[in-house]
Design a protein around this ligand. Sequence first.
Ligand SMILES: *[C@@H]1O[C@H](CO)[C@@H](O)[C@H](O)[C@H]1NC(C)=O
Ligand SMILES: *[C@@H]1O[C@H](CO)[C@@H](O)[C@H](O)[C@H]1NC(C)=O
Ligand SMILES: [Zn+2]
Length: 989
Amino acid sequence: MAKFCIVLLFIVTQGLAAPYKSSNGCGYDSCNLGKPDKLNVHIVAHTHDDVGWLKTVDQYYYGSRSEICKRGVQYILDSVVAALMENPDRRFIYVEMGFFWRWWNQQSDEMRNIVKQLVNEGRLEFISGGWSMHDEATTHYNSIIDQHSLGAEFLHDTFGECARPKIGWQIDPFGHSREVASLFAQMGFDGLFFGRIDYQDRLFRTPEKKLEMIWKGSANLDRQSWLFTGVLPHGYSAPLSFCYDIMCSDPPIMDDKNLHDYNVPERVEAFIRAAHIQSLAYATNHIIMTMGADFQGQNVNENFKNLDKLIHYVNLEQVNGSNVNIFYSTPSCYLYALNKAKKEWITKTDDFFPYASIPFAYWTGYFTSRPALKRYERYANNILQVTRQLNGFSQMNLRNSIFYLSEAMGIAQHHDAVSGTEKQHVANDYAQRLSDGIDQSMEVINAAYAKLLSKEGQTQLNVPQFLCPYTNISECLPIEGQAKFTLTLWNPTIHSVTIYPRVPVTQEYVIRDPIGNIVPAEYLPISITTKNIPGRTSSAQYQYLFQASLPALGYNTYYFEARANANKIKRRRVKTTFNEACILENEHLSIEFDGQGHLKHIVNLDKNLMVSFTAQGFYWYASFPGDPTTPELPASGAYVFRPFVSEAVPVSLSGSINCTKTDTVQKASIVFNDWVSQEFSLFRGATSVELEWTVGPIPIHDNIGKEIIIRYNTNINSGSKYYTDANGREVLERIRDHRPTWPYLVDERISGNYYPINSRIWIRDNDHQLTILTDRSEGGGSMYDGSIEIMVHRRILHDDSMGVGEALNETAYGTGLVVSGKHILLVERPEDSARLHRVGAQQLFMHPLATYSLPNTPSYANYSNIYRQSWSALSDTMPLNVHLLTFDQLTHKQYLVRVEHYFELNEDEIYSQSVTMDLQTLFKSIGTIANMTELVLNANLPLSQLHRLDWMTKDQESSHMNIFQSYSSNGTTLTLYPMQIRTFQITIN
Ligand SMILES: *[C@@H]1O[C@H](CO)[C@@H](O)[C@H](O)[C@H]1NC(C)=O
Ligand SMILES: *[C@@H]1O[C@H](CO)[C@@H](O)[C@H](O)[C@H]1NC(C)=O
Ligand SMILES: [Zn+2]
């Protein structure tokens, strides 16, 4: 984002052992800590390089498309190295590994050696060190951890310990998540600095010197999640009139008295004044001044030359009594100075959402912007994790081929990528990268399956597997008309699962399960809604739907064989009603609709609980178009959600409803109008209801932008409270029109109550809880007691003036983009809800991966002789509250494994207990664990070598903890506490 800038921060280590000491001069020991009796100003020279926004990542790297903006990251890095070489006092920080890696690959050995020297001497410091500066509202924790690990691995392998990032630097993201603070703390970071905070929050914190604090990042993990957090004084740019970049127009320091325009006294005085003003908001005699902004530093000589002089002349004033002492520093050195100040700090336990930059400008639209890209990113992660598992369990050692997808995912986490706040051509580029990465991963998937599918004694037969990514619109062209094909489903979770695959076909088949039994499958017509989705080219009119029970961490293959004589087929019973009231029912749930398609009740039959609904369905807010006469009122746009009026309008007061009942599924399909429909599915044995929504093309012929929500109005007595998750993990309580840490002045009744929903939202009363799981990040909240609303799609005709300069007006196939997605509805008692939503959310983001193949075997018997049709890496049942987060083969004998407890404290009687597991069970099919080392979360340091800085809170709580008291482990057996993630490097025999 161009309008704001920030600074960075950094870290320190201490604790049991001596602080990390570098013989070279990197690390905290090499920090300039200023003068105790002065106001010490840490000058931080930096650049903020978006890995894609107005231009694609590579356009920014090279500096092409200069008609959009004249910026090239390669020139910035060239120029920084040269400027640092010139003066050993200078410091610079670099953040985005996606760019640095591109640049490094193109450097000579000589240049690389120079850079290594700068890093070892602490003159060039890597801060945060993720592949990108990730978004915090719309990202999933799995991918945040991965993208930080990717950057950390590159830095570790290239530079060693001097390049280990020690602080988080989130200067531009639009709101800050508590889960991110927790993850950063677990990566061993000592602090976090960011630039954007709600304007009201800043107003309250500033006079009370509360912009720096200890953030308690987790309600479950205690001090290992605490993170010192600082809010930068004014975004991340230079203080007013001190920007010396070629893109700025502030006066240089003109210091030759023989020339005209000598300005040293005026500039020194102005700077000293700025330092004094800034210090009013901060608690110690140290302040940080960021000198840099978006893509600054292309000719960084200009910046440094003036900063050199500024430092010289400002410090000269000390002889005249000035108390301002200024010097080149880094965010980590600033943090270290704060740590040395031995102060007691205020604490924070909630988060920094939502974010309003100015009155009426709530940045809550991006929680939903570009819903298709948001889903594709989540899907790509699903494939990435499956690919790693397949590579690891088949021991193919093909990690290099997975790098493409890891790299694309790292870039997609950027705060203008998955957030949906980039220009359209850049969004296309992100999707293209993910798609290319998935293609590369298919080579690994194929190689792995060639091995796993071949029965012992058989030579490996490669039957290429392929994805059918369009099965969400009931299209799989490669199998159309085929006499036989297979469907193999890999379950990436460590628990067996039951799913209901849908296979669109152009003829009838017999389906056999892995032991040869004929699978009872429903043969259902594909809905008109689906068939009308623009771009669908399939001629399939029907799809099979069947129950597939999959082994833990393993696969089943289903064999499809065309029926010889379709006339003889005895069709399974299908009962359909048109525009009549209907009830979907299985042994656990009953869902009732009236004849106009209104959802009336969901009854949990096991618990005898009923939740009643009124006017459930789709509504739209008119987007505020902006008004030239009131420029202070922002338009709705890619970032900002600003409804014209605080009322949403129903898309239609009633719909047509068809109900279809089979043995496997009961469905209610409701069409509200020609651009909005929903289908409820209740599967046999299911304890949840699935709602599939389809929205688009959103009409704009009335010249009004529209933001589409699904609203669930219930009789639950929820008051003003609702609950949303952070990055797919811990859940935070939200209260309508309320902020936990300041007296909130409500200026936007709707938008100011929107929060990110990465995986779930719920409302509840004493007896009932309605939880809704989402298949991607969306925005939403509770605008009325008993009501949940979730925004699913937006089409807007104006720009919100926050920088992207384009209307969010997504189109495809010549018309507005059609998007579909899923909500999973759970009705339970509050005390029994966690096991449903925890397991349900885990299965949504780590869904079994379907691959197809066209075998050349003459018959099923022949196929089953040659191929293994079912396999599991596990032979023991794993505890339900453990999730395998990462399984990544590093080298021939080495693996990176993360396991996590994914329940919170006190949310379930059984599963909120700590749990013990044996890592050896995961390696049963591979070998015996010879050695295992526990690592920090981003896997760049043995946990035993981590010494974080200690802090003290105003309540006299010390952040100090002895890691080995908490992390006991015995052989390969370990204990996990609620919400704990543990990371191991494992060597096998
Ligand atoms: C319901 O079925 C009728 C007859 O097959 C069809 O014309 C109509 O489009 C269907 N409506 C929905 C909502 O699926
Ligand atoms: C939105 O997209 C439609 C279809 O491509 C186009 O006709 C219209 O001009 C666009 N409007 C804006 C404001 O971008
Ligand atoms: Zn940015």
